[in-house]
Design a protein around this ligand. Structure first.
Ligand SMILES: [Zn+2]
Ligand SMILES: [Zn+2]
Length: 343
């Protein structure tokens, strides 16, 4: 046995022991592992939505904790709501620990898709209570955090860049499109891709991978899209390019879930979409993904619908329109705050 191979086996053994050691009642993440019972394949990802809505209700705005299944080391994709979501998850037994512990210790890093308040308010408001960690994003997004929010006139500068004095609790790490980074203290790797969110404004999709850095054999992926308009409306090719990037993963069965927004029902006039999707526009985009992946059926692909705007009865309208669309052949999932999902 060569040195590389024995090292790899040792690594696997450590991973296995580590995962086993986490299967205790003290571990916040594994209590609902029983929910996996009966699944045909073991889950790759555990997702705890801290907020699922696209506006209005400030206690339930876009924010998703994601970890490798069985791990207690999460990243947080967007952070519109933190406290209220964690509080609910603790109260319902999703996390068997304190709110403070989840905020400070279970969340290892933030990935922010774009700097609209419904995606960052929780991060800003909870910053005095948080532990030191890294905020990742494309440069357009981090620039707004540095220049507009973590300033002494808006709040306090908890960052390590921008106005002085800098409290240096948060370190900013700029992502570059298509370059995968390993997230320290987790089993996760992330790539960012730019999205168009009401030309000329931008947003970001995060492709999260779990697996090993060296051997990409047993890897699995989860794709989270921040707010995005459709290519046709945005006069953009950003979504099509993203579909090109992920279609090999779709073909290989490695893409375990897509989290994507549908903000408005189909009746929303085009000029009032403000860089968002409707059920009909989502259907067209997913048809483009299926075509780009060589005519693959997406019927087994879980698609989590995020960011429904709750004005009036819009949330129910969106759900009904999606469920009634016979051309939309995916596994639709409507997430609920603090209800864990496995993929
Ligand atoms: Zn937005
Ligand atoms: Zn939003």
């Amino acid at each position: 046995m060569n040195i590389y191979r024995s090292g790899w086996i040792l690594l696997c053994l450590c991973r296995a022991l580590g995962a086993g050691a986490q299967g205790t009642d003290q571990n916040p993440s594994v209590r609902s592992d029983a929910a996996q019972a009966g699944r045909s394949a073991p889950a790759s990802f555990s997702v705890v939505p801290l907020g699922v809505k696209g506006g209005l209700d400030e206690s339930n705005l876009s924010s998703y904790m994601v970890a490798a299944a069985g791990s207690n080391e999460y990243i947080c994709l967007d952070a519109g709501t933190l406290y209220a979501g964690i509080r609910k998850a603790v109260d319902s037994g999703v996390f068997m620990t304190s709110v403070s512990h989840v905020l400070k210790d279970s969340i290892k890093a933030y990935f922010i898709s774009h700097p609209h308040l419904d995606h960052v308010a929780g991060l800003i408001m909870n910053s005095p209570e948080d532990n030191a960690k890294t905020i990742y994003g494309l440069s357009f997004c981090l620039d707004v955090l540095k220049e507009k929010y973590f300033t002494w006139e808006s709040w306090a500068n908890f960052g390590d860049e921008g106005e002085k004095p800098q409290l240096k609790k948060y370190h900013y790490s700029t992502l570059w499109p298509g370059e995968e980074i390993a997230v320290p203290n987790t089993h996760l790797y992330v790539q960012a891709f730019p999205l168009s969110h009401g030309t000329p404004y931008q947003s970001t999709a995060f492709l999260v991978r779990t697996g090993d850095a060296l051997v990409q054999k047993n890897d699995a992926y989860l794709l989270y899209l921040g707010d995005t308009g459709a290519d046709t409306i945005e006069h953009s090719d950003k979504l099509h390019r993203l579909w090109e990037e992920i279609s090999p993963l779709v073909k290989a069965g490695k893409l375990k879930a897509v989290l994507i927004e549908v903000s408005f029902p189909n009746e929303q006039p085009e000029k009032l979409l403000f860089g968002h999707l409707t059920p009909a526009l989502l259907q067209k985009e997913l048809a483009d993904l299926a075509k780009t992946a060589g005519g693959m059926s997406l019927s087994e692909l879980p698609v989590v619908i995020t960011h429904r705007k709750p004005s009036g009865d819009q949330e129910m309208m969106i759900q009904k329109e999606l469920q009634a669309d016979s051309n939309l052949r995916v596994k639709l999932i409507f997430p609920r705050q603090a209800v864990r999902l496995y993929f």
